[in-house]
Each structure stands twice: as C-alpha cells, then as structure tokens.
Design a protein around this ligand. Structure first.
Ligand code: IMP
Length: 203
C-alpha cells in the first residue's frame, strides 16, 4: 500500500536563514513576516557559506541548510535559485550567482546572458528550491518556478539579480519594475514558500 510522506514541521518559532545574499534574505524575511517566526541569518550567527557543489537547485539548497543548522543547532532555511535559459542549455541555472563574478556584478551577468542568447529563443524561467534542515541532518525540500521571457535593456530598480531582464509570462513589466508585493504574489520563491509554509510552519 502506498504510504503518504508527511513533512516534518517546525516546532518552535525560530529559524536561521542560510543565505548571505541580501536580496534573498530580504524577500524571505518579507515572506516569513506574517508567520510570527523569529528569523536570524547565517551571517548574524557567524556561519560562513559552504561550498555549493551539488548538481541541482535542491541538492545545493540542502547543502546550505544542513551546514547552517549543524553549526547553529537551530532549524535552518536555505534558498538555492537561479535563472534557467533553455536556449543556453539551462545556463546560468545553478551557476547564476557565479556568472556575476567575484564582484557580484549582475549588470555584467545580464549582458552576458543576452549576448550569448543572440537571436535564439528568449524563453526563460526562474527556479527556487527551499530547504528546511534540522541539526540531525533531516531536510525537507520544496520547489517553485515561474516562466517568462528575457528582454533587453534591463528595466527597473526593484528586486535583485536578473530581475530587470525577466518579464513573467502574460505580463509586460519586468520583475525589476514590479512592486515587491506583486513579485511576492507570483515568484518562484513565493511558490516554493507557499508549499514550505503549508507543510512545515506551525499551524
Ligand atoms: P545562489 O542560489 O546563492 O547560488 O544564487 C542564485 C542567484 O540566482 C542569485 O544571486 C541571483 O542572481 C539569481 N536569482 C535567484 N532568484 C532570483 C530572483 O528572484 N530574481 C533575480 N535573480 C535571482
């Protein structure tokens, strides 16, 4: 008989966000705000970023959440995400942060994507894997995706990363032009977060 797996739920109301990316930290804090969870960050706990050597968003999310949970003794929530461009063989994908170089120059990364794309199909999607891990190594993983199109030149000053060149399907404005609440209502991160919240946050 098939057995339905039930996700492990957060028992207390404290967790650490296992990310050093300010854009992600801000968005995850905004998503958690109505849930009355006390949130710290890996940097506040003095935990460095582990090496992300997984081959998928989910694997990298689990690596980050497990490392921070083991180091702090608290449940840790991580986000591994990126822009996937099928015409570029799925790149930048799990290497999205690396495409911006050590200076984290996303103006450069966006230009590189558009130049490599040339006249190829500008279809793209953002993927997000959220992992919640506990100090015993157990992890729950949730994934979300939003489809859209790449545009050039970049538009808008909201958001972070590749937001100014991504227009969600059916809309005309980029994530960079959108008010944060509008992005939170549809983004890959918000979709993964809704699954995570339903399965793991205290009722
Ligand atoms: P990582 O998950 O820390 O490896 O980094 C993911 C990278 O993907 C970020 O640095 C951003 O460049 C990009 N990315 C992920 N989510 C978003 C988003 O919501 N908007 C724009 N860029 C994103």
């Amino acid at each position: 008989m098939a057995r339905r797996t039930v996700a492990r739920r957060l028992e207390g109301r404290r967790l650490v966000i296992a990310s050093h990316n300010q854009g992600k930290l801000r968005e995850i804090r905004e998503l958690l705000a109505p849930r009355h969870i006390a949130v710290g960050s890996a940097a506040e706990h003095g935990v460095p970023e582990p090496e992300e050597d997984g081959e998928s968003f989910a694997a990298n999310a689990a690596i980050k959440a497990r490392a921070v949970s083991a180091a702090t003794g608290l449940p840790a929530l991580s986000d591994d995400s990126g822009l996937v461009v099928p015409a570029l063989g799925g790149e930048p994908g799990i290497h999205s942060a690396r495409w911006a170089g050590p200076a984290r120059d996303f103006g450069l990364a966006m230009k590189k994507v558009i130049e490599m794309l040339g006249a190829c199909d500008p279809a793209a999607h953002f993927n997000c894997a959220l992992a919640l891990a506990w100090p015993d190594g157990h992890a729950e993983i949730f994934e979300g995706r939003i489809d859209g199109t790449l545009v050039w030149p970049p538009r808008g000053g909201h958001g972070f990363g590749y937001d100014p060149i991504f227009v969600p399907m059916g809309l005309n404005e980029t994530f960079g032009e959108m008010a944060p609440e509008k992005k939170h209502a549809m983004s890959h991160r918000a979709r993964a977060f809704a699954l995570f919240a339903d399965a793991c946050l205290p009722r």
